[in-house]
Write a protein that binds this ligand. Sequence first.
Ligand code: HEM
Length: 491
Amino acid sequence: MDSIFTSFLLSITTTTTTVFYAIVVAFVSFVFINKRRRSPCKSSSPSKRILLGSMGWPFIGETLDFIACGYTDRPQSFMDKRCLLYGKVFKSHLFGSPTIVSTDAEVSKIILQSDANSFVPSYPKSLTELMGESSILRINGSLHRRIHGLIGSFFKSPYLKAQVTCNMRKLLLQSMDTWKEDRPIYIQDETKNIAFQVLAKALIGLDPGEEMEFLKIQFQKFIAGLMSLPIKLPGTQLHRSLEAKKKMVKLVLQIIQDKKINGGSLSQNTMDVADVLLNNKSEKLTDELISDNMIDLMIPGEDSVPLLITLAIKYLFDCPKALHQLKEENLELKRRKKDLGDPLCWDDYLSLPFTQNVITETLRLGNIIMGVIRKAMKDVEIKGYLIPKGWCVLTHFRSVHLDDNHHESPLQFNPWRWQDRDMSSGSNTCFTPFGGGLRLCPGHDLSRLEASIFLHHFVTQFRWVAEDDTIINFPTVRMKNRMPIWVKREN
Ligand code: HEM
């Protein structure tokens, strides 16, 4: 998902050079326009709160300031400054659109829970071109609810969790077997490679091999276009990405055809998401819709889990007390299962409270998805604020996650803060790393499971030291040097 959001940011950033020249021409009109825009939103009723804020420069609004803050180690400073001046909900002009920014947990919750009559997701043109019209990320209304429900409940099912556990453990142990003590291991790369294969298996049942390698290569070409100018001419990045998508669709369509000929998998133990959509009786889904969606589902799934694991390892290295407790908890589980002679099942990995608290705290502090953007389909009033039709709303999760009114000492990695709190549902008002409402991330259970499996095998088998590395927050969250670590095998 962060790729999606990033592409939104970048596609606008790249247009800013052109826009710069327009600014010079528009400067004379600026004084007049800006003066008018700085005035509060007009409200049709006296009960509506006045939204304060600045619309910035013509065309680019406050985008450059937003980006500049994004590159610092406190990207939320853009919001913090404006919250002090205007309050927790303010207006701005970002990425070419008049935008209401919400750093208020309750306002954001209402926006997330609204249906498509009030708000729809808003993405940049290059991304919508690449996603296809019937992508789960683009569709709204009853078809969206149906597909989201089918995918969400399958991702939650014990069958898929068992399959993912088995697959992830196999790939992880294979990968760990190749780790050497005399050279660094790049955690970000290792986790990306494993998570992609786990995802491809869960979505279309693909096993490692030639087709997997082909899909990986095409997928990298495809996502490169998410951050491109929205021009489709031959030779452009967007064109190359669309070509890569065509090749992936062809491969997935072939897999779907084979499933149809061979009857697909009817056993829940070996089913994948494509089987679930193919076997769905209540709504006839075309092969094209299914194959498009299999690829579009890889967009939010591909990068986020590797980042979650990488950030957890970074925070743990910086907090030896938490690492020690995590290690003890996982070693205890390993000993217990060994004594019983049982293999570890998916629910064993998820059963360790401190490990789950480490993952929850990583999601809060890491803010892999800084927020989401919606577009108002009509004038909407929330807590007295008027959000005008056609405006975008940025619900900024990072501000809420780092607000000391909600989380004490918010910049500190403190997994103990989650003790005795059940966060398995994925979100509450002040903690929304997976969004909420109708578009709550269907992959949230899976993400926790994959992170738990990685952490278990990592801390019970290795001691390690990390090289100095820095978290970059813009345009996507990532480690500057891909998180190199030096390992020593213990068991
Ligand atoms: C740490 C990992 C992850 C994080 C932080 C994350 C975060 C999010 C967020 C915030 C949204 C809401 C977007 C919105 O409201 O517009 C979302 C949606 C989504 N996520 Fe995830 N995600 C993660 C992993 C995954 C995985 C592994 C998958 C598996 C394919 C996945 C699939 C999706 C899909 C399909 C949607 C769109 C749902 C819809 O629009 O109905 N995510 N994710």
